[in-house]
Design a protein around this ligand. Structure first.
Ligand SMILES: [Zn+2]
Length: 107
């Protein structure tokens, strides 16, 4: 068991299964790919843009960023609310390629 797994096991032992679930699947939905990259770079200014639960400290978030696989879950598109792997971020809002093509087509 590595450090991260130990941390997760500890949370479960303290009755915080919901926190483990949040770290494993919920959190990635509120973090954009660009923000994830900044967390990995240890750029704490990203905290101003994220809405995180009070129990989540930077060290855990930093470790999490290397654990999570954004390509699997994707990011939620603000227009169609579908999880997409490919897209563009405008002013911290994620728009999937599909919607982007539609918007471009209308112009
Ligand atoms: Zn979309």
């Amino acid at each position: 068991m590595d450090e991260w797994q130990l941390k997760m096991a500890q949370l479960v032992r303290h009755g915080h299964k919901d926190r483990v679930r949040f770290l494993e699947s919920g959190l990635i939905r509120s973090v954009l790919p660009t923000q994830l990259a900044r967390i990995r770079q240890n750029d704490k200014t990203v905290l101003k843009e994220l809405v995180l639960p009070p129990w989540l400290d930077w060290d855990t978030l930093y470790e999490w960023s290397f654990r999570v696989k954004p390509t699997e879950s994707g990011t939620e598109c603000i227009l169609c609310n579908k999880n997409a792997r490919r897209g563009t971020t405008f002013e911290n809002k994620f728009i999937c390629d599909e919607c982007l093509f539609k918007i471009r087509g209308m112009q």
